[in-house]
Design a protein around this ligand. Structure first.
Ligand code: ADP
Length: 152
């Protein structure tokens, strides 16, 4: 590392490393899953964000911990209410592709003040652009990378 500014080293790494290398396994449920079952899935899979697909398996939306809390303290029957009604939905979902860098992903998380991004691949179905979920990048992913880069 002689003569190299450590700050440049970190930025070099963060821009070199692709999302594909750091992404982890997402917890995915279908749009017609009940809010109750979504909450159970959140606990069982030990995640903070659930990604939601439509009947064709394409990205439809997502729910965060607080989205679920808000619904649970409301008056709705969470056994009957489908998650599709309360989720944040497309096209308002911030996504990242496997080819983007770790820095791009971290930047999106910070700029949009969110915890998780679905990693997606675009597909064309019936002349429409749809997205398949191939992973996730979360604040934990970025923290782990930071720790990895900081190892001496
Ligand atoms: P929490 O709501 O538990 O603090 P977040 O900060 O991740 O968790 O979510 C804040 C809000 O932003 C929620 O309403 C959630 O649905 C939404 N959100 C989370 N991730 C994304 C994303 N990748 N794209 C768009 N909206 C998102």
């Amino acid at each position: 590392f002689a003569g190299k500014d450590p700050k440049n080293l970190i930025s070099e790494k963060m821009n070199d490393i692709k999302v594909d290398k750091i992404k982890s396994v997402p917890s995915v449920i279908k749009e017609d899953t009940s809010v109750y079952d979504a909450i159970v899935t959140l606990f069982l899979t030990d995640v903070g964000t659930l990604f939601i697909t439509d009947k064709d398996g394409n990205l439809a939306g997502l729910v965060s911990r607080k989205d679920l809390l808000k619904t649970a303290i409301g008056n709705a029957d969470i056994h009957k209410m489908p998650i599709g009604i309360v989720m944040t939905r497309m096209p308002n979902i911030i996504t990242v592709t496997p080819e983007e860098s770790a820095y791009d992903a971290a930047r999106k998380i910070v700029d949009h003040q969110i915890d998780a991004l679905p990693v997606v691949k675009a597909v064309t179905e019936n002349d429409q652009e749809k997205y398949k979920i191939v992973g996730k990048v979360t604040k934990t992913t970025i923290t782990k990378l930071f720790v990895e880069l900081g190892k001496t």
